[in-house]
Design a protein around this ligand. Sequence first.
Ligand code: CA
Length: 433
Amino acid sequence: MQRTTANWLIAILVGGALAPPALAAPCRNNTSFERWLEDFKREAVAQGVSRAVADSALAGVTFDPGIVSRDRGQGVFQQSFLQFAGRMADSYRVGTGAAKLKAHAATLARAEQQFGVPPAPVVAFWALETDFGANNGNLPVLRSLLTLAYDCRRPDMFRDELIYALKVIQRGDLTPTQMVGAWAGEIGQTQFSPSAYFKYAVDFDGDGRPDLIRSAADVIASSANLLAKGGGWKRGEPWLQEVRVPANLPWDQADLKIKHPRSQWARWGVTLANGAALSNDDLPASLLLPMGRFGPAFLAYENFNAFLEWNQSLVYATTAAYLATRLTGAPKVNPGRGAPPTLTASQVLQLQTLLQRQGYDVGKADGKLGLATRAGVKQAQLKLGLPADSYPTADLIVRLGGSAASAAPAEGAASRRAPRVPGPAQTPRAGAQ
Ligand code: CA
């Protein structure tokens, strides 16, 4: 998650660490594979893996050029929250989620008691990641990780993950043959990175070992454990609530970094989605406008951080949190008053370049509309005297000196990403992503 937090929990996402932009310069590893493998095993042993496990688990595991092609072939495919949620949190998933809530009610209740995380968020991730185990992925994880660790793009991250995979094997959770998953090495029904598996997987069906591939009870408890320990979940608190915003707000306050008591939002005219008054209390909340001031609106509570820890893509995290609210009975989201069109990846890249040129910090210029880019957009909006809702438009590109019309659409080149958590830049998980 971030997918797992420095982990991949945290990393993943749309734009997560797992699947970084495909716009990076070409590179290559100049060390021979054999020499590299020997160095890697030495490092694994230094970190607590026995030489016997490293030798036996990696015996015969080869470099797979197909994995590298998939990794490098990832395109950037921008989807807005409404597009992504419309596809990933649709009535089918709400329906199957409700059935899973019922079928696993006792286990989910036991997990909530132990970890403090209620059933809906757990079931929402279970649905989004693999449709409850239907699309775990069937590629050998060690081969994928070894390939990506030897490849030059993100060697450090995958080297660490490969070491964690060996530790999971050494602990006896899975054998190397059992350890299959998505192409970037995510494992099981909620697609844990090996590091998340090692840190957060728990045995909940009592057979003595965590099995996130086959045991629903282990999947439920481990996901709750990750949200609790990796995501800092606060027992008994909400995570997301749809609201209605007035035509005039101090828009620059709509920012996940800014929290106000719920009563302050009420004073500014924010109501529940159905027009009813917000609770007049001091629960801290941020106003989340995933598509700017004309789109859907939510109050994001402190537990929303756990969703961002799972996957740092704002669109993915918001979709997961929204699906979880649907599973508790919330109605379908109001699309707002006509959100502006979503920029293409090449438009976002142009915007990032323009912002950087003018001194704004947008993070990495990668064609993805992530939190860092939204922060840069907000600064530019403030400077230009525009409503600072952090949501970029073609008009903003023009005001910054660019040409919105010249930005070629990116969808044609889009491919899917595959990371453990499908993000807006990824495909719906149909096997791998
Ligand atoms: Ca078990």
